[in-house]
Design a binder for this molecule. Structure first.
Ligand code: UDP
Length: 385
């Protein structure tokens, strides 16, 4: 029996972990002679229905075994409380692996708690770098990589970033760390859930949107929301673009708070007169896929949404000074725009009719299966040594 403890807490992690949980469930159902058990710890970083519950329901993620309910504090308070609570759960569970995803406080707390208990850590989405340590995410991912035994990179760029930092080469047999490019679990998710989204989502009808005749925008990154000048620049740009074409803006709680918008916006139209962005509450993943697929352009500061734009063949403007997903910029699918109104509007105009060529940048859509295989094979190696 191999026991895996999955640590998640924030929206993008639910989506990433859903792919591996699904692969585990398939493994169990297929009756293969490799018993496996997954335990899920939800730290509580995101807890609203539309930031957490909806993903468990729609993506059929097993209910968490532990709900730590930790959120709302400073980075230090949250991370400290998470480490303590995760440590307790891991002492209880004694897993063979702790699997952490991405770059949040939950990622770091999970990796640190496990490493100190000598439980091997697997980091999914390892090796990404923005080279901007102002970002809390950058600090979390650098430390999580250091603490991990297996580093599951989503791209060759990520593998090379790790090599540059002195991590061992891929599959180096004499190393205590294993780096491997398994592709991106978010691509697995985009492929798998696209058909379900077509069948189940009604968001296009509800919002009365016409395909390829609206812009989808998401803004939530602290570097944008916590800087009033940047946030004003972004909102001015979206206002300006909304005079040309409808702009749909599912708004993250952090952004709402900074803009002083009341808790729930319910998608009616308190927001606004015609010609300004259509602000709605955050949507579930299936609705998000439909919005992404049908958008003419996506404007975002999200890591995941940048890639999903590409998966669905939609040009993207990323409102950041740098990106971890540099290959998207290299192939012309994405353009970076500083968070100033004129830059964003110009980038939108530049991208709006741009054809996006499909290439194989993020694997073949079977990352989760590869991750599972590697966890089994590395577990055998660890037990021998
Ligand atoms: N997402 C969603 N509903 C929304 C906004 C985003 O389901 O209203 C999904 C999106 O499709 C992507 C993930 O959330 O899969 C991205 O999460 P987020 O932007 O919060 O974090 P990041 O990717 O920047 O870490």
């Amino acid at each position: 029996m191999i026991k895996i403890t999955t640590i998640i807490g924030a929206r993008p992690q639910f989506i990433k972990a859903a792919t591996v949980s699904r692969a585990i469930a398939q493994q169990v159902q297929s009756g293969q002679p490799r018993p496996i058990k997954e335990t899920i710890i939800h730290t509580g970083q995101h807890f609203d229905d539309n930031m957490s519950e909806v993903f468990f329901r729609e993506l059929e993620i097993p209910k968490p075994d532990y709900n730590l309910g930790i959120g709302g504090g400073t980075y230090g308070q949250n991370t400290g409380r998470m480490i303590e609570a995760i440590e307790g759960a891991l002492i209880n569970e004694k897993p063979n692996w702790v699997v952490v995803y991405g770059d949040t406080d939950s990622t770091l707390a999970g990796a640190l708690a496990a490493a100190k208990l000598h439980i091997p850590v697997a980091h999914v989405e390892a090796g990404l770098r923005s080279y901007n340590r102002i970002m809390p995410e950058e600090v979390n991912r650098i430390l999580a990589d250091q603490l991990s035994t297996v580093l599951f990179c989503p791209t060759e760029t990520a593998v090379n970033n790790l090599k540059k930092e002195g991590f061992p080469h891929e599959l180096a047999s004499d190393s205590h760390q294993l780096i491997t490019n398994v592709g991106d679990v978010m691509y697995d998710a985009a492929l798998f859930y696209a058909a379900r989204a077509e069948e189940k989502s009604r968001i296009m009808q509800t919002l009365k949107l016409e395909p390829k005749n609206f812009v989808l925008a998401t803004i939530h990154r602290a570097e944008n929301t916590d800087d009033p000048t940047r946030l004003r620049g972004i909102m001015e740009a979206l206002n300006q673009i909304a005079k040309e074409i409808p702009v749909v803006l599912p708004m993250h709680p952090r952004t709402k708070k900074k803009l002083g918008i009341n808790d729930s916006i319910q998608g009616e139209k308190p927001f606004l007169k015609d010609g300004t962005p259509f602000i709605i509450d955050p949507v579930g993943y299936l609705d998000m896929i439909m919005l992404e697929k049908n958008a003419k352009v996506i404007i975002t500061d999200s890591g995941g949404v940048q890639k999903e734009a590409y998966f669905h063949g939609v040009p993207c403007v990323t409102v950041r000074d740098e990106t971890e997903w540099v290959e998207l910029v290299e192939v012309g699918a994405n353009v970076l725009a500083r968070a100033q109104s004129d830059n964003i509007v110009a980038a939108f105009q530049h991208m709006q009719d741009r054809p996006i060529q499909a290439r194989r940048l993020y694997g073949d859509g079977n990352s989760a299966e590869q991750i599972l295989e590697k966890l089994f094979s590395t577990n055998r190696l660890l037990q021998k040594s």
